[in-house]
Design a protein. Structure first.
Length: 154
């Protein structure tokens, strides 16, 4: 293995990683990353196992091990390496905006259609599509929206 890919920890870096692994509230994923770096450490005449053996023992692929090594070598310090990546975008774009939300709530507070004693979630979802409030709507989305408006009632 070339020198550039060797992980050589200082005593402070090693103690920081060990302390992080022992912390109860640590993320499992980040703790595993810390353990992998400790296993790859070749400082103080340590002779780490082969990558395949480390990966097998940790239950990860060799590619994951290489990615973790690369991330560590490119991080400026241990705390930076042990931080979660910040999400740049929302996981899923919101289906409804404030205006649509207001229309749905207004509809839910109004009288139910003829032949129904009250609004059901599915009935509200169907009516939203009928009135072209939105192109499609799930009853679970309606449920979340109404629960957010009135958290005491689930």
């Amino acid at each position: 293995m070339g020198k550039k890919l060797c992980v050589k920890l200082t005593s402070k870096e090693r103690s920081d990683l060990e302390r992080f692994c022992d912390t109860v509230g640590s993320s499992t994923r980040l703790a595993r990353r810390a353990q992998l770096i400790l296993a790859l450490d070749s400082s103080d005449d340590r002779n780490p196992d082969r990558n395949a053996a480390i990966a097998r023992r940790a239950g990860v692929s060799r590619q994951t091990l290489n990615t973790v090594r690369h991330d560590f070598l490119n991080a400026k310090d241990v705390p930076t390496f042990l931080q979660r990546k910040k999400r740049t975008t929302r996981s899923v774009a919101p289906k409804i905006d404030d205006k649509t939300e207001a229309r749905i709530i207004e509809l839910a507070r109004g009288d139910p259609p003829e032949g129904h004693s009250r609004w059901s979630l599915r009935l509200l979802a169907t009516k939203c599509v009928e009135l072209r409030v939105c192109n499609s709507m799930s009853h679970t989305t309606i449920s979340r929206l109404l629960k957010k408006q009135n958290p005491g009632h689930a």
